[in-house]
Design a protein around this ligand. Structure first.
Ligand code: FAD
Length: 263
């Protein structure tokens, strides 16, 4: 079974103070900020590897981002995936979720036949959870979100979806797009052999020219959601803070309550 996993490199949460916003475009400047694989995407990679171990086939990973996203793809290779593709081009910069899912869909068309596309349920930076469903729409495929368990039998998939206080079982024919939660598995650490292999492995880098895409649908221009302004909200107005001995504080509080006719 051929599986494609979409992974996003996100800023390392311990380095968030280094993330800057471009004052001209109001977009995030991701270059130069240490990155990690979006945690949910590590679960997606793990699930793809487990399915491959059971069913055979091949696992591809795909990421769109600046050149440093190749580090995350290399980690995926070290975990055991077969091939990695990076979509990197200035023309992709500033993509919102619609443009991101479109670009990923066009790259998937170039990768070739597949049975399953796996993604994380959401990215910990953008946090919209829209890319998986968007991708399914562009590819005209069924989608199952928030998976906590996946079983594949012949050409059918059976997925347990996490809902607020219950879970739901959904079946779909293949191919299908599935987004996964943390509950689905515990991602493996890359082995030493995997790390050595990943170092030597080639990562294909594709630009806009390499894809069968409509350039009006990519990057900042192809993104209908535009960030108009980025600002730090003013802290809410604070109330009065009473200080002193506890008995004095209580007396002051009672006076205040009476004065304001609260009781
Ligand atoms: C209103 C709005 C405006 C925005 N405007 C801008 C902007 O102007 N400029 C800008 O830089 N960003 C912008 N963003 C952020 C940008 O949309 C996201 O970085 C990107 O589109 C992915 O969305 P997400 O992070 O919410 O991913 P989610 O939808 O939460 O991600 C779900 C899954 O999709 C996959 N995935 C997501 N992104 C990628 C990727 N790049 N490569 C491979 N797989 C991926 C992963 O498996 C991930 O777990 C904006 C976001 C919003 C909501």
């Amino acid at each position: 079974m051929n599986i494609i996993v979409c992974i996003k490199q996100v800023p390392d949460t311990e380095q968030l103070q280094k993330v800057k916003v471009d004052p001209q475009t109001n977009t995030l400047v991701r270059e130069g900020v240490p990155g990690i694989i979006n945690p949910f995407d590590e679960n997606a990679i793990e699930e793809a590897l487990r399915l491959k171990e059971k069913k055979g086939g091949k696992v591809n990973v795909l990421s769109m981002g600046p050149s440093q996203a190749a580090e995350s793809l290399r980690k995926a290779l070290a975990m055991g995936v077969d091939e990695a593709v990076l979509l990197s081009d200035r023309l992709f910069a500033g993509s919102d979720t619609l443009a991101t899912s479109y670009t990923l869909a066009m790259a998937i068309k170039r990768i070739g036949p597949f049975d399953l596309i796996l993604l994380g349920k959401q990215a910990i930076d953008g946090d919209t959870a829209q890319v998986g469903p968007g991708l399914a729409e562009w590819l005209n495929l069924p989608q199952i979100t928030y998976a906590r368990k996946i079983e594949v039998n012949e050409d059918k998939i059976r997925v347990e979806r996490v809902l607020e206080d219950v879970f739901e079982v959904v079946e779909s024919p293949l191919p299908v797009v599935v987004t996964v939660t943390k509950d689905i598995n515990e991602p493996r650490y890359p082995s030493l052999r995997g790390l050595i292999r990943a170092k030597a492995e080639k990562i294909s880098t594709w630009t806009a020219e390499d894809l069968p895409l409509d350039k009006r649908r990519i990057g900042l221009e192809g993104s209908p959601t535009q960030v108009i302004k980025v600002f730090i909200p003013k802290p809410p107005r604070k109330g009065d803070i009473l200080s002193g001995e506890i008995s004095q504080v209580v007396d002051k509080l009672i006076l205040e309550i009476e004065k304001r006719s609260i009781i």
